[in-house]
Design a binder for this molecule. Sequence first.
Ligand code: TYD
Ligand code: MG
Length: 602
Amino acid sequence: MLSTDMMRPFQTLYNRTQFLAPQIRKLYKSFHSTEYRFVKEPSTVSTFFDPVTGGILTRRVAESEHTETENEKNPISSKTPGSDYADGLKDDRSYGSVMKGNLGSGSGSRRAGFGVSKKKSKNKTTWVCSDCGYNDGQWWGYCRECKSVGTMNEFTEIDNGGKTSGFQVSENIVRSWLPKGSTGEAGPLRLTDVNRGVNHLEWRFPLPGLFGDEVSRVLGGGLVPGSLVLIGGDPGVGKSTLMLQIAALIAEGENIGKPAPVLYVSGEESVEQIGNRADRMDINTDELFLYSSTDIEDILGKAHGLSLRALIIDSIQTVQLTGVTGSAGGIYQVRECTAALLRFAKKTNVPVFLIGHVTKSGDIAGPRVLEHIVDAVLYMEGEQYSSHRLLRAFKNRFGSTDELGVFEMSPTGLKAITNPSEIFLSEEHSDSEVLAGLAMTVIMDGSRTFVIQIQALCAPGISLSKQVNGVQAGKANLIISVLMKQAGLKLQSSAIFLNVIGGATLNETAGDLAVAAAICSSFLEFPIPSNVAFIGEIGLGGELRMVPKMEKRVGTVAKLGYKKCIVPNLAKKVLQGLDFGELEILGCSNLKDVINNVFVKS
Ligand code: TYD
Ligand code: MG
C-alpha cells in the first residue's frame, strides 16, 4: 500500500494540472475561433429524417467537426456494386479522422479529466444508412438493419434548438393555411366520433370517364383527400403524361362539383414544354396551373396563393429544400422533401402526387424510406415495343394492391383500354383454324384477367431439345414429360419450341393445360379451333386440377365469344348453374380425356 506521503507529489501534480487547464483551454479557444472566423463559415445546417422518432432532425454542424464524405454529398449516384467495400473503408477512415481531430486539436483528452470535451460530447455522431435510413450511434461497417455494406454515412449533429429546418418550412406554410387559432393538432378521438357524419363512399374523389375509372380503380376507388401518392416507372414510360391527364381531370372535377385549381409543378420541364405537351394531348383546362420550380419552399409558398384541389410534383428527385445537406435527388433531400410534402398533405387535406424515377435495379431512386413515408406507391409498366401501359398498385393504404389499370399510349396521350383481357392477343387469331400448335388460356394479374395464346412447335428429327419463351423451363419440362409418360405421346424424337404471344409471361399453373394442348396440337398436326380455351393445372399423374378464380376466367372467355372451354372435372361442378351464355364447358379428368375429346375429327 502507498502511504499518504508517497501520494503527495502526485496529488500536487494533479492539482497543478487542474489549475492550468482552463488557461490552456482559453488560449486554444481564442486561437481556434479566430482562425475559423476568417477561414471558414462557422457552421452548416444538416437535416435528416429520423426513422426512430419519425420526424426530421435539423442540426447545426460546425465545419471543423463535420468531415463530409463523398457519399454524403451524393449518396446514391456514385454507388457501383464494386465500390461498396471501398466506401466502407472510406467511412472508416473519415471516422478515424474525426476522432483524431477531436483529440489532436488540443481540446484535451477525456481521460485527463479536463472536462474540455464536454461541449463536444453533446455533438452526437450518428451513422445513417443511405439505403434504409437506419441510424446507429456506432460505425459497424455495414447496416445492421438492411445488411448493406458501405452505406453508413456519418453525421455529426449539434443540438441548436433546430433554428432552421426544412420541416419548419412546410410547418410554417401549412400553419398559414389553417383556420385562425387552430394548430391542426387534435387529441385522441373516439372512432365513432371520427366516423360520425362521414359518408365513406363519398369521401374519395372519383375520377370521371373511362380513363378516370382506370386510375380510380388502381387508387382503390378514387383519390383520397390528403393522400400522398408516389408514381414510379422507367424513364419515358409515360409518368408525366399520366399525371398531366390526371391533373386535368381533377381540375375539371366533373363529378365533384365546380372546377378547382390543380398545380402541376415540374422540376424537369419548362412551363412552355408542359404547355406544348398539354396542347398535343388536347388538354385546355382553365384551372390547371403549371409551374416550373425545384424549391419546395417556393412551391408550397406559391401553392398557398391558389386554394388547391391537388398538387403534383414532377419529380421528387429534382426538388430540394434549402438548408438540407446534399444535392437534389440525394437521400436527405428526397426524404426531407417527401416528409415536408407529407406534412403538407396531411395538414391541408390536399392530395399530393409525386413522380419518382426508377433505378436500373427497378427500385424508385432514392431511399426505400420514401416508400414507407407515402400512402400509396403506383408503378407504371410497359414493354419497350408495346404501346400498352399497366398501372399497378404496389402499396396502398386506402385500397387493395390487386388492382391493375390498363392503358394504351396514343399520339394524344394515354387512353383507357376497353377490352383489357385481349391486349396480349394478336389481331388475327382465327389463323388457328388452319395452324396447328396454338392454344388459348386465361391468366390473372391482380383482379384482372388476360387471355393469352400459347404456341408450340414440335419439329421431328432433332432429339428432344427445347426452347421456351414466356414459360418457365422447368414447367415446360414437366408438362412434356407428363405428356410422354401419362398420355403416351412419342415426343422423344422431337425438338419442341414454346412461345407465349404478345410478350406475356405465363407464371400461373392455370396455363398448364393450354401448354399441353398446344404441344399435342403441333405434334398431332391437329389445329385447335380458335374459339376453344383451356384452363387448368396438370398434375404429375396427368390429372387435371382446379385453379383459383375459375368463375372469373371462364366468364372472360364467355364474354369474348368463345364457344368451348376445357376445364378440370371439379371446375365443371363448381361452375354448374352459372350462366355463361353460349359457352360450352367441357370437364375432363386427365390429359388422355382431353386428347380423346378435343383432338378427334367430328
Ligand atoms: P413521358 O410522360 O414524358 O414519360 P416519363 O415522364 O415517364 O419519362 O412520356 C414519354 C413518352 O410518351 C415519349 O416517349 C412519347 C410518348 N408519348 C406519346 O406517345 N404520346 C403522347 O401524347 C405523349 C405526351 C407522349
Ligand atoms: Mg417525365
